[in-house]
Design a protein around this ligand. Structure first.
Ligand code: FES
Length: 185
């Protein structure tokens, strides 16, 4: 493979439970525990602390600055979300409700969530209502939207109960998701 980059031998990388590794000017925190490697960006989501200088706590990397914890399991082929259902209530002051729904469905689908039939209820209040802080109140005070939300929640719960009872979701899917795999054309 021409585009593989040698970041060190297994012996070298497994010698310490956590270390910082630089690859093509990007820094990663590489963990090693019980025969398994994990890789995260070295930069903590909180305030940029160096995760590679932190410590391991079970399967978590603990940031050395304020102790935030991050799961160190790599996502390649792993199904991290199993038997979980998502449904959406979308209310806004714009007319692009379906675009928002599309983004939400795409994002949650890629994480591994399952959707009930008719997975969202949506209502656009039009361009003159850019007061997002009132959106929840609108759903609460609208009999139709409240009923729609209730029925959606019911569909989600029924599907979730079915999935949990059967527990058939695999824990690993070859080439599942797009972010963990390079494409060679
Ligand atoms: S910078 Fe990592 S926990 Fe604050």
């Amino acid at each position: 493979m021409d585009n593989w980059i040698d970041v060190g031998s297994v012996d070298e990388l497994s010698a310490t439970p956590l270390k910082r590794v630089t690859v093509m000017n990007r820094e990663f925190a590489v963990s090693y525990k019980d025969g398994t490697f994990g890789v995260l960006s070295n930069t903590c989501n909180h305030a940029g602390g160096p995760l590679g200088k932190g410590r391991l706590d079970g399967e978590y990397i603990v940031c050395p600055w304020h102790n935030w914890k991050f799961n160190a399991i790599t996502i390649r082929n792993h199904v991290l979300i199993r038997n979980k259902v998502a449904g959406f209530i979308i209310v806004g002051g714009q007319d692009n409700i379906q675009a928002v729904a599309g983004h939400m469905l795409g994002f949650f689908a890629e994480l591994g969530f399952i959707f009930p039939q008719f997975p969202y209820i949506a209502h656009s209040r039009g361009w003159s209502h850019e007061d997002m802080e009132h959106n929840v109140e609108i759903v609460r005070n609208s009999k139709e939207l409240a009923e729609g939300a209730e029925m959606l929640a019911k569909r989600c719960l029924e599907l979730a109960a079915h999935l949990v009872a059967r527990d058939e979701a695999p824990s690993s899917i070859e080439r599942g998701g797009r972010k963990a795999h390079a494409v060679h054309l």
